[in-house]
Design a binder for this molecule. Sequence first.
Ligand code: ACM
Length: 640
Amino acid sequence: MATAQFRLENAWHPIARDEGGGFVVTLVNLSAETIADFKLAYTSLTRVGDAPACGNAAFLRRNANFHQYAPPAGLSLAPGRSWRFTVEGLLRPARHRTDGAKSAYLTLADGSHHAVEVGDLMLEGRHSEPAPQLLPEGEVREPFSILPWPAKASLTAGDTIPVALHPAAGATLDELRAIDTVLSLFQRLYSVAHVPFALAPVHEGRVLRFARQDGVAPSGYELTFAADAVKLRYGDAAGLQYGLTVLAQLLHGARTKPDTFRFPASGMILDAPRYGWRGCHLDVSRQFYPVADVKRLIDILAWFRMNTFHWHLTDDEAWRLEIKAFPELTTVGVLRGPDEPLLPQLGNGAEPVGGFYTQEQAREVVAHAAALAIEVVPEIDIPGHSTAALAALPDLIDGQEAPDSYRSVQGYPNNALNPAIERTYEFLGKVFDEMVAIFPSKLIHIGGDEVAANTWMASPLARSLMEREGIEGTFGLQSYFMKRIQGMLADRGRSLAGWDEVSHGGGVDPAGTLLMAWQKPEVGLELAKQGYDVVMTPGQAYYLDMVQASEWQEPGASWAGTVPPHHTYTYEAVGEFPEALKPRMRGVQACIWSEHFLNRDYFNHLVFPRLPAVAEAAWTPAEGKDWLRFAAIVRLSPRY
Ligand code: ACM
């Protein structure tokens, strides 16, 4: 393999008079050539303001987290030599080693782009604390590896482990298929482990008897263990699947860690979920996840008896869903590269990167999830977070609006669809037509988050709409837009889901609307009071991209604070909800935002053990939660 030709080192240091502190950036020329007259670009979530003070460099431009600099005129860099420069005027301080450059590349005078390897952000002037251990060994009082822990379990431990469970004669086709589904799931997640089930009788196996009964709670199941057989009672297909999944977990734990876990010899499990919405979101815009990876996450959700996959398909950084009426969305709207309308961001370098889902692939994901009792709720994030859509379809822009008249919190200029342009609704109507033919979910999530203050205020078309309709300000316009979107979804038999800011500026009709409380927990209660159904996804507990400890060397984002696994696990999202409003709280959801997820190792480090922690919070009654038990069992989790 060729060695790198260039490497970028970067360090952050505090500055007494400037909270943002400063960067020291060093480019090392490892190539055999002297370079001169070049530009350096890097992507960093710690961004510079509009006029950063640079030492030994000139600042050229920034777009969101893309930054570009040039060396002083005449500088040339011989093989083995370094160019070092300083940058001050950062918009916020760096707090962790992942807060600096995620990627970089060089552009030479001939326009060619060259890869630059990047190291961790170092800390200068303060101690760089190593990442701590995040999970205790844990301990179990009852030696059974079930996660989420069931509502009620009264079990005695056996001394033997059945080789496999096999159905009694007379099992129905649906029951045989359910075994096959969970067995295949198990084999995908633990491909080397011994199988938990067989469809034919097994020597030293144990018989599995089924009983479908009306009295069992929705998604619930009952397991009765005896020396000669296991009995599974269920009321619906999800309950049947969950009972089988728990049996697979019990067998797998007993086989994998026999010192800690056993298979039950006798006793019962009576179980049903605490919440109807046990969700996980995945942002596939900031980083692309191939279909096989999306399916793998869905498999993991099924293993933890979660039932909702919220697929965040579009954002500023890319539009990932094929829309046949607008092919530009998944050509121009996905490709990020040095010479593309969308510049490299969040770990992209010299090579353009793209990726999108064809409609056939999206249907394949929906079918994969449905077979595991998981509903896919698709999201297109509008009206904000729409840089990619606007790059692909520039005729949706008000040509008279001043460029860079507002910026999103992520630093994107003029990134919102314009509510005063009728083509916006024609575009979205066609998008919804195609989405409803792919996604059977009653809910279509339309985002609605983080429309920046002042958005559209420099658009003459928006101004005249405000005057005509008597609309006040950005959020009045947002509400006007959202109400129209809600009507368009209703025309297609669907209801609106969105982030909590959908309620701003007058909001929408709460009937049938579900909003996700992400900004802080109190927002959830406020939305419920306004009549919205609520799913709790507060960043402070359930955003899995947040750092898990405050130490510098721990990776992740920190704008919502530090989110240790213990906090994610013990957090009670229902919090202060009064009894009368509790039914409005439909459940809880983990969110996987992908800015920091440059590869599978980052994904695994940040998502586990917090995803199973959210799963247990979604399923297990508050009084049944036990952090040390969870810590012991969660070690058996499949990895992504
Ligand atoms: C969000 O985190 N902007 C929903």
